[in-house]
Design a protein. Structure first.
Length: 647
């Protein structure tokens, strides 16, 4: 089919769609049309996603969609046709019938016409979060009601089809989450189900600032309190109002002595009510200096993958403004930044190997410096955690051994979730080239005017893959013994130090994380060795991800060996950063105990660009929107309000 003819057919077809003439839209499809819209665990609540075959199946898709949303406006942004194939980018404005909320969706469609001018293949890629909200509006309300009514099986079913386990009850004072409600009720089975389903035990009552543990102490259930403590809840967390100050105070107020005994046994203290609300007393806000690392406060913005680089994988003015907004952090650690095309793990993540990327990062560093901030660039190689569509010439990702991760999913260049492929094992002769890529990336980071670099040795990426023996089964000098498996990390660190000097280089490790199918037969011996070796290098810092963190989520599913900063403090005499879902109170506590020198905050910095100021005056925090964490545009990126604008 000629391009001109195909373009005419498709423009008429899209005009019918813009008029909400669904009958004409359906008639433009071939009898055996293949319709595809990616479906994953995050948008499973939308029933019509996935692969559909046949005109009737697509007609049913539109019928289901019409039950929840109504089209208000349709606009073509890009219209590219070559022969019988087309790529169309469009924007729709729709209204959710349940919530009456108007939202916009930008989508990319790939279409193939048959010889009769009918659409035979139709692939649809879009941000499904607004539609998820439409389909889950009723589910979330039903979940709150089911928890309140102690309907365990109903809760289980609602969670299985996409209800939000961390939704807040907008009709209740304090906007309680399902976990808070179950904890108040002392319902052990419900609490366990919600925790196993990903409920966040660190969320606070938005009115009182009470934690889930505060709520549990109201019920008097020692079983619920013990369960929350085992999943990582902090026993000395302070209420934002100070009334009651801690869970222990709440238990005593209600006369629950058995609960108080459990809390005291877990380390609860009574004398945590003085000075915590005063700006001058917060260690988090005190200056820090060790060697050449001099910071105005001890709050670090954690490295956060946001996937908003341009299509050259370079940073943009959008990214520069995002980082500049958060320049009040004592130190910003940039999002993971690939050192080479081969190191790419996800679509639209920035690199630091091309002139365009160096220039892009210069925009960021200059914007941060103009606001008085400091920024380290995180150097990253994804290793096996990639997909051929992201690799040069569609090659297999590389790894220490030809072993694919069994957990998590790969994201393709078109943002489809698929299983990881079996990677190609690196030849011994290729490893010096990898080390040189890190060295060159460190030089490029210096050209970008960063203040230092962090080596990403965590979260199941290449350096972590070499460290742990479930992913490294090599028999050469980079496999086998702990010393051999740590060799690549140490050689990379030495190469980067050659460029920057040791006091401008940090290293990030996640000794207890199982994210991306990581595991080691003896993690304590492995990471004790690694930390001891790094201790001798006089680094800017060592950055430890706490056991409760798995990727970008909290992990409360299993009890794991506690290889956090408290374990490594005796082995590491330099500066220690801890990352692990900290609040104002728990961050202050870990510093007061001397187990860490700096505290990294991730999600709180996403939603609160002026987080140090909010901590200083103990102000209410903005809630983060997880659906906007990665990919997209300025929504959920630049639009979180500052304190003076949110009061």
């Amino acid at each position: 089919m000629e391009t001109e003819q195909a373009a005419k057919i498709l423009k008429q077809w899209f005009e019918s769609w813009s008029k909400d003439d669904i009958e004409t839209v359906i008639n433009g499809l071939s009898e055996n049309v293949i319709f595809y819209a990616p479906q994953n665990e995050h948008n499973k609540a939308i029933p019509y996603l996935g692969k559909k075959v046949g005109r009737q199946a697509v007609k049913e898709v539109f019928a289901v969609r019409a039950q929840t949303t109504k089209l208000l406006n349709y606009e073509l942004l890009e219209f590219i046709v070559e022969g019988n194939k087309a790529c169309i980018i469009s924007r729709t404005q729709e209204i959710c019938k349940q919530t009456e909320q108007i939202f916009e969706i930008e989508d990319a469609q790939f279409i193939v016409l048959d010889e009769e001018g009918k659409i035979s293949s139709w692939s649809f890629y879009f941000d499904p979060n607004p539609e998820v909200a439409a389909f889950t509006a009723n589910l979330d309300t039903e979940l709150i009601q089911a928890v309140q009514n102690n309907q365990l099986s109903v809760v289980q079913s609602l969670l299985a089809i996409g209800a939000n386990v961390n939704i807040r009850d907008r009709n209740a004072k304090g906007h309680l989450t399902p976990l808070m409600i179950a904890a108040q009720q002392g319902n052990t089975e419900m609490v366990k189900l919600l925790l196993d389903s990903g409920a966040d035990p660190y969320m606070l009552d938005s009115d009182s600032g009470d934690s889930v543990l505060h709520q549990a102490c109201t019920s008097g259930s020692t079983e619920v309190i013990q369960l929350l403590i085992e999943t990582g809840a902090f026993v000395n967390v302070l209420s934002a109002t100070g009334n009651p100050a801690t869970p222990l105070h709440n238990a005593l107020r209600h006369g629950h002595l058995a609960c108080a005994e459990v809390l005291v046994h877990a380390g609860a203290e009574l004398n945590l009510t003085e000075g915590i609300g005063q700006m001058d007393s917060l260690k988090l806000l005190q200056p820090f200096k060790r060697g050449n690392l001099e910071l105005p406060n001890r709050m670090v913005m954690a490295p956060l993958t946001r996937r908003r680089a341009d299509y050259h994988l370079a940073s943009t003015p959008l990214n520069a403004l995002y980082y500049a907004q958060r320049a009040s952090a004592g130190l910003i650690i940039s999002e993971a930044t690939q050192i080479s095309p081969q190191g790419t793990s996800l679509p639209r993540t920035p690199g630091i190997y091309s002139p365009e990327q160096i220039a892009g990062w210069q925009l960021v560093t200059q914007a941060v410096h103009e606001r008085g901030g400091r920024i380290f660039l995180q150097l990253w190689h994804g290793g096996r955690c990639s997909h051929p569509s992201l690799q040069p010439q569609g090659a297999l990702p590389v790894a220490p051994s030809a072993i694919a991760p069994n957990e998590e999913k790969a994201l393709t260049a078109t943002e489809e979730e698929v299983n990881f492929v079996v990677p190609r094992a690196l030849l011994t002769s290729e490893i010096p080239g990898i080390i040189n890529q890190y060295r060159q990336a460190a030089k490029n980071a210096m050209l970008s005017e960063a203040d230092g670099v962090e080596i990403h040795g965590a979260s199941g990426y290449l350096l972590d893959q070499f460290l742990q023996d479930n992913s490294n089964q090599r028999t050469d000098a980079y496999g086998g013994s702990i010393e051999n498996r740590a060799r690549l990390l140490m050689e990379v660190t030495a190469a980067v130090i050659e460029v920057w000097g040791s006091d401008r280089v940090g290293v990030r490790l996640s000794p207890s994380s199982t994210f991306q199918d990581m595991n080691d037969s003896n993690p304590e011996a492995l990471f004790n060795y690694v930390v001891t070796q790094l201790n001798s290098l006089n680094l800017a810092y060592l950055h430890i991800v706490e056991p409760r963190i798995k990727g970008s989520h909290d992990d409360f599913s299993v009890k794991k060996i506690e290889l956090g900063v408290q374990h490594f403090r005796p082995l590491y005499q330099g500066t220690l950063i801890t990352a692990g879902g900290y609040t104002r109170e728990t961050g202050e506590a870990i510093l007061a105990q001397g187990d860490a020198d700096l505290v990294a905050y991730g999600r709180l910095f996403i939603a609160n660009p002026d987080l140090p100021k909010r901590f200083a005056v103990n102000a209410k925090l903005n809630l983060y929107d997880r659906s906007t964490f990665t990919g997209g545009n300025e929504r959920g990126y630049l639009d979180y309000p500052f304190l003076e604008k949110s009061e």
